[in-house]
Ligand binder design. Structure first.
Ligand code: PHE
Length: 455
């Protein structure tokens, strides 16, 4: 990753695995732990999960490979990479817009992402200080509601998270990121497995959760759920907004794109599924509502930490790791634009970061208020709160749009020889990837877009 003052882009990751770590750090975050379970709950369980898995394989992975390949060939920030690649392919500079759409997505996503990460900080602090010990599930639920009704507390924690993000970005991503991903991610995974073990052995509702998540029931699949599943595939893989392109720019020429992206996608999906399987048994055992929305992760797991021995420490540690997973994603939301600002303007990395983070914090206040002052109908946009509309706009519109353009560019615009060299696959696999990227992925995105707009 680029050091503080580096504008050159010939630099590569220090180690073969660093790209995997960084991309996994970007992909694995609140999307897996917080968003996936509550969306599954809201969209009726297995129909959503199955659609999500299909979207990951047919749309997500091919586009992710394309995005990494464009980054590696472009070797600059996403905006400038796209400009260079458009020039190389002899097409209009307008393709640079892909980078701008991505920068916009990153900005909007971070504004609400940081608010939710702020909740996790609040929970880590309260957990370590023993606030939740001995609480009943209803009380845990009430205390979550109390947090959601308190805009001042939420804005402060949201600010703390933005400050943490800014700190890592300003130092240069390299130092902060690599070590945190290398140690924290495995730790998070182990804690999740422990929680899963608890849910399997202690709740008596594990099979109900399995059925809820995996029973084959395509009747339940609505168009809306399909759009959400596709949107979530983009969100969870950090696709269509330049994060993977920015990291791809630092990828060594020799590394295999298919293999590294495959590893990242499998890790990401596994973590989401494990999180779901750990959370839903608790939801059913405690009589919570699977479709209760954004508080699901916080309420369900906290009610376990409240009663198990050592829950204070384990729970505190868990939310701390959630915060760090969110941090490694947040960095990748900022990096594409900040990298461009440094390449193109006289602003320093520090100045760019401070201005950017302040703006994100301000926009995030809209999300903070969506849970309290602005939750009423008079503040809604197309029937959604500010938070919901930011989420909808990015996951369901700007990210798939960015991904669609990336797929078209890699599949149709770039010279075959150029993209083939990046992919470096046997001709059978290359043709499979190309068919997915040229036809299947764009068609899926378009069909899902059009059916939703026509409703
Ligand atoms: N993939 C991240 C998550 O699941 C969110 C994210 C989206 C990060 C887009 C970067 C870019 O939490």
């Amino acid at each position: 990753m680029a050091d503080q003052n580096t504008t050159s882009t010939t630099q590569t990751w220090t180690h073969r695995w660093t790209f995997v770590l960084a991309a996994a750090g970007s992909a694995i975050g609140l999307g897996n732990l917080w968003k996936f379970p509550y969306m599954t709950g809201e969209n009726g369980g297995s129909a959503f999960v199955i659609a999500y898995l299909v979207c990951i394989v047919l749309v997500g992975i091919p586009i992710m490979m394309a995005e990494a390949a464009l980054g590696r060939r472009g070797r600059h920030s996403p905006i400038n990479s796209m400009r260079g690649l458009a020039k190389e392919a002899g097409v209009s500079r307008m393709w640079e817009l892909v980078g701008w759409v991505g920068a916009l997505s990153g900005f909007l996503i971070l504004s609400f992402y940081s608010v939710i990460a702020g909740w996790a900080i609040a929970y880590a602090v309260d957990m370590f200080s023993g606030v939740f010990q001995g609480m009943l599930p209803e009380q845990v639920e009430q205390s979550f509601e109390a947090l959601a009704l308190d805009p001042v507390r939420m804005s402060i924690w949201h600010g703390v998270f933005m400050a943490m993000t800014g700190f890592v970005i300003a130092r240069g991503v390299h130092n902060g990121l690599e070590s945190s991903v290398r140690i924290m991610m495995p730790a998070l995974f182990i804690l999740l497995l422990l929680l899963l073990g608890y849910s399997i052995t202690e709740t008596g509702h594990f099979m109900q959760a399995v059925e809820f998540m995996f029973a084959f029931n395509l009747d339940a699949l609505t168009e809306e759920a399909l759009l959400s599943a596709m949107g979530h595939a983009f969100f969870t893989l950090s696709l269509g907004m330049g994060a993977i392109m920015a990291y791809g720019a630092y990828m060594p020429k020799k590394a295999s794109i298919a293999r590294t992206i495959g590893i990242v996608a499998v890790l990401d999906t596994t973590i989401a599924l494990v999180a779901g399987l750990a959370i839903f048994p608790l939801v059913f055992a405690n009589g919570l509502e699977p479709g209760s929305g954004p508080g699901l992760l916080f309420v369900s797991l906290t009610s376990v930490f409240a009663v198990i021995p050592g829950g204070q420490i384990i729970g505190g540690l868990f939310f701390l790791l959630v915060v760090l997973a969110a941090l490694s994603s947040a960095i990748s939301l900022v990096e594409p634009l900040v990298a461009w600002v440094i390449e193109r303007t006289p602003l320093s990395r520090l100045a760019a970061t401070v201005v950017y983070c302040l703006m994100v914090w301000l926009l995030g206040i809209g999300t903070v208020l969506s849970f309290n002052e602005w939750s009423g109908e008079e503040y809604q946009i197309f029937g959604m709160t500010f938070f919901e509309s930011m989420d909808y706009l990015t996951a369901n519109i700007t990210m798939p749009l960015g991904g669609l353009l990336i797929a078209i560019f890699a599949g149709w615009i770039m010279k075959r020889a150029h993209i083939a060299r990046e992919m470096n696959l046997s001709s059978g696999y290359f043709n499979l990837w190309r068919a997915l990227c040229r036809v299947v992925a764009p068609a899926a995105v378009l069909i899902i877009f059009i059916t939703n707009i026509s409703d």
